[in-house]
Design a binder for this molecule. Structure first.
Ligand code: HSE
Length: 440
């Protein structure tokens, strides 16, 4: 049924970078469609930018530009502020000011939510001004709505996700084309996938922020960044990619959000992990993200789509704007967030359990493997498989790759220290998680 447009949603856009330009462009492109679907005209009326003279890939009327986002917040005509300036402190100030002014806010800023989400949500509830954040997690995939709304009848048991497009792009290029890390990162930046500071993509924290948001949605508790274990992909080498492949795995930067059923403790971690090639997550390549959500009623679900980039991310922002338009019309007071409300403490990293990939550099002489196996055996950690490739040329040290059975991270670290203390084992090594995800 076609709705008659009877109102206008006036949008103040803060930030006209890659995603901001996408929002502007796609709102114009699908303006008529959105009017038909929401009954409202979605119109950008003012845009705050740092540098009005900067050349952009969208043309905007110069009269709409300001360098002061306060003009958007103070404008009584503006209904909703879209925050796409990034960063934490400035964005926190902007979002808080907008909520205090009673305006709805749409943000794609995972860093500000992960670090200051608790205060922002409380403010949103106090002021009854909704805060929407679909674009903050997994780009174009509507995972926030899925967890918040469609799966509301479930206790969330676990979430596993490839939730950083840039690092998945880099790992894909390393795996499929043998391209080294720096070149692959430069490509991801050129395609507009990386953050303004790509350190957050490669050090795992962009995914860490998203995992914190997913944990909050699932369990109603904001974990502090220091309660979350985050390891990035900077140290992944082409050698590890190749060994993982030989063993039947692909390396993915994986976010894990899980609740221990007995204690209700919450595990949130991000790290590069070996995923079995037969698991669907191993076939997620390039900028694509995928998130599996296991609920106690629905079982396993999978959400897949572009995890970064101008159009995909602006699709999520526009979805939130359509909600804002409908909520204005229906006068529904909503924060846009309904956490599932299972509170629990953070599970200490040492108690988290997974399998492991351990690459060592060892002296090429008899008995070394036996020494290592006696340490893992004494720690109760089983060895699943071993590769010791023939050295191409005679060499004093050779790689030794072990796959270890599920064990507590703390026990593995303890055993690893003893292994590295052996005279035959060199200090340089790689320890990665193996996540079988129900397959082995
Ligand atoms: N830099 C982020 C990524 C953008 O690569 O996933 C989307 O959040």
């Amino acid at each position: 049924m076609t709705k008659t447009p009877d109102r206008t949603l006036r949008i103040g856009l803060a930030g006209l970078g890659n995603v901001g330009a996408g929002v502007y462009k796609n709102l114009l492109k699908n303006h008529a469609l959105l009017r038909e679907r929401t009954g409202a005209d979605l119109v950008v009326t003012k845009i705050a930018v740092r540098d009005p003279k900067r050349k952009r890939d969208v043309e905007v009327p110069p009269a709409q530009l300001t360098t002061d986002w306060r003009e958007l917040v103070d404008d009584p005509e503006i209904d909703v502020i879209v925050e796409l300036i990034g960063g934490v402190d400035g964005a926190f100030e902007l979002i808080s000011a907008a909520l205090r002014a009673g305006k709805a806010v749409v943000t794609g800023n995972k860093a500000v939510l992960a670090e200051r989400g608790k205060a922002l949500i409380e403010l949103s509830e106090r002021t009854n001004a909704p805060l929407y954040c679909e674009a903050a997690v997994a780009g174009g995939i509507p995972i926030i709505k899925a967890v918040k709304e469609a799966l509301v009848g479930n206790r969330i048991e676990s979430i596993h996700g490839i939730i950083n497009g840039t690092s998945n792009y880099i790992l894909t290029r390393m795996t499929r084309a043998g391209i080294a890390f720096p070149e692959a990162l430069a490509e991801a930046q050129a395609k507009g996938y990386a953050e303004a500071d790509p350190a957050l993509d490669v050090n795992g924290w962009d995914a860490g922020h998203k995992a914190i948001i997913l944990a909050w949605l699932s369990y109603g508790r904001w974990l502090r960044p220091e309660e979350v274990s985050v390891i990035g992909i900077e140290d992944i080498s082409l050698e590890d990619v190749a060994f993982a492949g030989e063993l039947g795995y692909e390396i993915k930067l994986l976010g894990v959000v899980r609740q221990e059923q007995a204690t209700k403790r919450i595990e949130v971690r991000v790290a590069p992990a070996l995923v079995p090639k037969a698991h669907i997550l191993a076939s997620v390549h390039g900028v694509f993200n995928a998130v599996t959500v296991r609920g106690d009623v629905v079982g396993e679900t999978l959400f897949y789509g572009s995890g970064a980039g101008q159009d995909a991310t602006s699709s999520a922002v526009i979805g939130d704007l359509a909600d804002a338009a409908q909520n204005l019309a229906n006068a529904v007071g909503t924060t846009g967030f309904v956490p599932h409300g299972e509170y629990g403490e953070a599970l200490p990293l040492d108690e988290t359990v997974s399998g492991y990939y351990l690459r060592l550099s060892v002296a090429d002489k008899p008995g070394v493997l036996a020494q290592i196996a006696s340490i893992t055996g004494a720690a109760g950690i089983g060895i699943l498989s071993v590769i010791q490739p023939e050295p191409e040329q005679p060499s004093e040290h050779v790689p030794l790759v072990l796959l270890l059975h599920d064990a507590k991270y703390g026990d593995v670290q303890h055993a690893l220290r003893a292994i590295l203390a052996l005279a035959a084992v060199q200090e340089n090594h790689t320890l990665l998680r193996v996540e079988t995800l129900g397959q082995s």
